[in-house]
Structures are given as C-alpha cells and as structure tokens.
Ligand binder design. Sequence first.
Ligand SMILES: *Cc1c(COP(=O)(O)O)cnc(C)c1O
Length: 408
Amino acid sequence: MKARAAALDDADPLAALRDRFALPAGVVYLDGNSLGALPRHVPDRVASAVQTEWGEHLITAWNRDGWVDLPVRTGERIAALIGAAPGTVRVTDSTSVNLFKVLSAALSLKGNRVTVVSDSGNFPTDLYVAHGLERAHPGVTLKVVAPEAVAVAVDEGVDVLMLTEVDYRTGRRHDMAALTARAHERGALVIWDLAHSAGALAVDLEGVRADFAVGCGYKFLNGGPGAPAFYYIAERHQAAVDPLLAGWFGHAAPFAFETAFRPAEGADRLRVGTPPVLSMVALDAALDIFDGLDMGAVQAKGRALTDFFIACVDPFAAELGLELASPRDPAARGSHVSLRHEQAYPVMQALIAAGVIGDMRAPDILRFGFAPLYVGFSDVLSAAGTLETILRQESWDRPEFHARKVVT
Ligand SMILES: *Cc1c(COP(=O)(O)O)cnc(C)c1O
C-alpha cells in the first residue's frame, strides 16, 4: 500500500497545490468538507483589508477598494466553478438564509398550492428553513421522503424539489441531471444545495438546467470560518422573482434611499444587507487557488482519494467494527467517506489527538473529508493506519475521549 500511495502521489497533477495551504506539521487534515484549510496568502490579504483599506481608507474603501462589488465579483468566480452562467451567482449571507430566499422565490413562482419535496438525508437547516416557510404559507406542503424514494415522490407530484447533492452524513450523491430532468417533466422547479459539492465536484448548473442553488463558502471553497455563502438563480427566473426577504442591497438603487422596494436587475435582487467585507475578502482571496483549475480533475482526484481510503480500510473494517456508510461506487458519492462505528465519538476524539482530524456525525458516523487540493494519498494511508491502531489497541476508550464537546 505504501508503494501504491507514493505512486499515486507522484502521478497526481494537483499535488503541487498543497504547498499553497498552511497545514500544520504532523496533522492529516480530513475535515475540509466542514472547514476548508487556510491558503497561505489569505492572512496578508485580510491584514491589508484591515490595516490599509479599513484603517487608512476608511469609508472611501467601499468604492476605492471595490468592497461594494465583492458579492458580485466573488459570485462570478464561484459561478465559473459550478457551471453557472455569468450574472447568476452572488455571494452573501449564510447558506441557510440563501436557502430561505431561493425557496421563497420558488414558492412565489408556483402559486397558492405548492408541494415541496425534500429528503431525510438533507442537512437539518435545509429542512428547518422549509418547515418555516411551510408554517408561513397555508398552501405549502413539505413532503420529506427517504433519499432513495425521491424519484418516486417526484412522479407522485411535486412543485418544488429541494435537495442537497451530497449527503452530509453518508456522502451519497444524487444524480442532479436525472432528478432535475424528471422534476422538470412534471413542471416542477428544482433547488440544489451544493454545500458539499462546490470546490470538490464538477457541477454543471446550466447543463442540468437547475432553477436555483445555494452553497457554502467555508467548506471546499476554503473561505474561512463563517465565510459567506452563495446563491444561484437561473437567468430565466430572475425578472419574475419578487424577493420576500427584501433589503436595500437588493434594491435597484440602494443609494437612492427610496421608501418603496424596487428589485435590482438580475440576480442582485436576492441580496439583502451590507456584505461582511472582511470575510468576503478572505473568500475572494481563497478562490485564487481555483483560478485555471479544471474541476473535472479536482473531482477525479476526490474519487481517487476516497477510493484509496476505502481500499486501505477494507482489510480491517469488519473485524474492528467498522461499516462503510458511503456508496462504494465513486460516481455515487462526493468527496468524503463515512464509516459507522458504535463508539464513533471517542474514536474520532482519539484520532484527532493522534493528528488525524475528521469529524463525527451523530449517532455513529466517523466522517473523513478528502479535499482534493491539499490531501495526498500518503495522508490517506497514514490516516487509515492510525484508525486501525486506535481500534486494535482500544486506545479510544479513555475518559477524556468520551467527554462531549459542543462541536462534534
Ligand atoms: C454545511 C451545510 C449548511 C450550512 O448552512 P449555514 O447556514 O452556512 O450554517 C447548509 N446546508 C448543507 C447541506 C450543509 O452541508
């Protein structure tokens, strides 16, 4: 396995990108699907935004340093990574808030009686947002089915299909093209959450003819803790959307300070308030690493990494109480691999103490994210080896590894 890992690293066309990240020595970082690593050049860019732009230029920086354009500029850069046309993606707010905006937009395009279909593998916040809108609109019914039952639910009747492409727990990947086409045949609108896709997979929003999408800035896009998120609204819907969460940055002329809301042209109408400039500067800088990258190559490396991890774990998995929770078929999963274990929490704490950082998702999932830009095949082998040792020696069974922290 060691020779194979070395050969895979040697043949990796993205291997050189790792040096652009500030990864601590002795750590194998397998949680880039939850918080992307820090690109080395980002601290200087943020420091300059604080010291020079804020400190010296003060409020003139909004124009002088282009702060006011950040949601658009950064949105156009993300659009290029997810197969979206120019003018369709904006960066702002959190994923949850953006989902509220696009779901309420979709509901308004569908009239009074609307059935929304989602699945139980969706991230809780997505379902909470949908439940909230269901409560606010008497004509809206939310139907949550098992991930395997989505296609059937679509056939039974749907007006808005709201799904996350990659399941945060299992890594199971929906077939975006097939499900979007199927929902469109029934006249439905389709919203995709790309939280675990953007920056890791070759998404093609225009190719699948998605209607709306949202996604995270702090996961595979490496925008930093709490980085703003993005939304996508297909050009064909932009003029028809009258935002429910209307705010001055979505107004046609924010600095005209008109009393009545007039939506901005195009995708900008779903913006709400003042952008978080420092976080946006960090995200904008982090995106430099994606300049000129072929997302097909990024996805291919993610598949190779996850395949290799499964191959490394397979020989001892059953004997040591592990069960693969992710699909074996790499085309059916995203860039993380989940393993079930009865003692997932203390096992992950022991892994972290040993320098292998993944995370745990209740009740029993050990989750390992393989960010294609900075994880190598030797890292994968080393992580699998550490996991085997911890399980064989039962070194996870210590009081300090059982004590629950807030963030798992
Ligand atoms: C991570 C994640 C979110 C996070 O939403 P925030 O509002 O940014 O906290 C939402 N949806 C999915 C599917 C996620 O994986």
